[in-house]
Design a protein around this ligand. Structure first.
Ligand SMILES: Cc1cc2nc3c(=O)[nH]c(=O)nc-3n(C[C@H](O)[C@H](O)[C@H](O)COP(=O)(O)OP(=O)(O)OC[C@H]3O[C@@H](n4cnc5c(N)ncnc54)[C@H](O)[C@@H]3O)c2cc1C
Length: 402
């Protein structure tokens, strides 16, 4: 039997059992040791990665030919809702953003030479990468206005522009950069994606950008100052940057949603356990109806979010881009995660906003996701446009065949 939206195959149950055990033995007890505060964190992460590699649990998002597990989106979704429970876990399975999405487009659109030079070391976990699309000067929600320019001179692209929120750029081996190569073409055919090694002269980290007040955030402003790379560093056809970004961002958004589901489920555990163990005004918090309502609403919302995510994953496995489904889950699942984490914080009282629980970090991460990879409003726009397209032509939305 293969996986479907409602039922996991026996094989997937075994894979999920492995992931759960790994999380319990190696990730949850080591969350502090794996955090930025521990100078030995990188060495510990290497150990965890070696365990998963040896057991064949490496790069679950990628096909076998790209060096991954070759399990498809739905099976990955079942595993990833467990991996996503800890912000420290994805790198131990070789599936952290933005490398996971970058590996997917390098595999789909890179030449054999690009795969050898960039994809191979990325999938092996030897290097990191970044995705350089958003710019400080123009709206990231509407990337048709991006301004970074790549001009062809002989056998080279010469790139000039300023990006920010190129997550992970500090320490990355290369960036995938969205550039205007064909300014006279229609808006969606003006751009291309080009691989830029970060040691290329002119690749300049201009400044860190503090996110949530964190001084060591890695989402910097990058100045591409007359950066020259060979024309062969182009990914896919010239002018196909938007098409590639859909290919990259669609799966990348589902990956985020799978992890957000894990975060919501972990917050739900914390919400329930705390409410059973804390007493106030003569009874446990679990006996107060307000808290019971939070628990009931959270459980139903998480389950609904799960089913929508699994449905989107199954549709992608069937060869469909599932653009409407991806937009649905991008705002719905992430808002559910924000809401459940918020309630779990509230039930912990003051402790909820300290580092004694993972909740404050989880909240910052989930709240950020309401903006990153397309703000909620843009995804709602995609969904409502799809519905209105139907009604404009006199057809109702067909919930049964959706
Ligand atoms: C932590 C973090 C990591 C990120 N990592 C990356 C990365 O690795 N690579 C990368 O290229 N980018 C990255 N981004 C950037 C992210 O994708 C953009 O911030 C996002 O696309 C929004 O663009 P913007 O910030 O320019 O907001 P704007 O486009 O200026 O939008 C601002 C607000 O306007 C509103 N809005 C926009 N359009 C509409 C509409 N149609 N209807 C109603 N309201 C609307 C929304 O409320 C939106 O939040 C990251 C962002 C964050 C916060």
């Amino acid at each position: 039997m293969v996986d479907n939206v409602l039922i996991m195959s026996e094989e997937t149950k075994e894979r999920c059992a492995y992931v759960k055990k790994f999380m319990e033995e190696h990730v949850y007890p080591n969350e502090y040791a794996l955090s930025k505060r521990n100078p030995q964190a990188a060495a510990l992460m290497k150990e965890l990665q070696a365990i998963n590699k040896a057991n064949g649990y490496w790069a679950p998002h990628l096909p076998k030919e790209a060096g991954g597990m070759g399990i498809g989106f739905l099976t990955y979704a079942y595993m990833n809702e467990i991996i996503g429970r800890s912000l420290s876990a994805p790198p131990s399975f070789g599936s952290q953003a933005p490398d996971s999405g970058n590996a997917e487009i390098l595999f789909q659109f890179g030449s054999p030479d690009i795969k050898e030079r960039f994809l191979k070391p990325l999938v092996a976990g030897e290097v990191r990468s970044c995705y350089s699309m958003t710019e400080p000067a123009v709206s990231g929600a509407d990337p048709t206005g991006l301004q970074t320019r790549a001009v062809r001179e002989g056998d080279e692209w010469v790139i000039n522009g300023r990006k920010w929120f190129s997550s992970g750029a500090i320490g990355a081996a290369f960036a995938i950069v969205m550039c205007v190569t064909d300014p006279d073409q229609p808006p969606h055919s003006r751009m291309s994606q080009i691989v830029v090694p970060t040691d290329t002269p002119g690749f300049k980290i201009e400044r860190r950008v503090e996110v949530w007040g964190e001084e060591d955030s890695n989402h910097p402003v990058v100045h591409y100052d007359n950066v020259r790379v060979p024309v062969t560093n182009l990914l896919g056809p010239q002018g196909a940057g938007f098409k590639l970004s859909q290919k990259r961002l669609g799966p990348g958004r589902i990956h985020h949603c799978m992890r957000a589901l894990g975060q919501a489920q972990r917050a739900f555990d914390l919400l329930c356990n705390r409410s059973l163990n804390r007493e106030a005004f003569g009874s446990t918090l679990a006996e107060k109806q307000t808290i019971q309502n939070w628990i009931a609403d959270s459980l139903v919302n998480i389950q609904a979010a799960r089913l929508l995510t699994m449905q989107a994953a199954q549709k992608i496995d069937s060869g469909d881009e599932a653009r409407v489904e991806v937009s649905m889950i991008k705002f719905f699942v992430v808002n559910v995660a924000c809401d459940v984490i918020d309630k779990a914080i509230q039930v912990h009282g003051a402790m909820g906003v300290t580092s004694d629980t993972p909740l404050q970090a989880m909240y910052k991460s989930a709240r950020t996701l309401r903006i990153a990879d397309g703000p909620d409003e843009v995804h709602r726009m995609v969904v409502s446009r799809a519905a209105l397209r139907k009604y404009r032509t006199g057809q109702p939305w067909d919930f049964q065949s959706f």
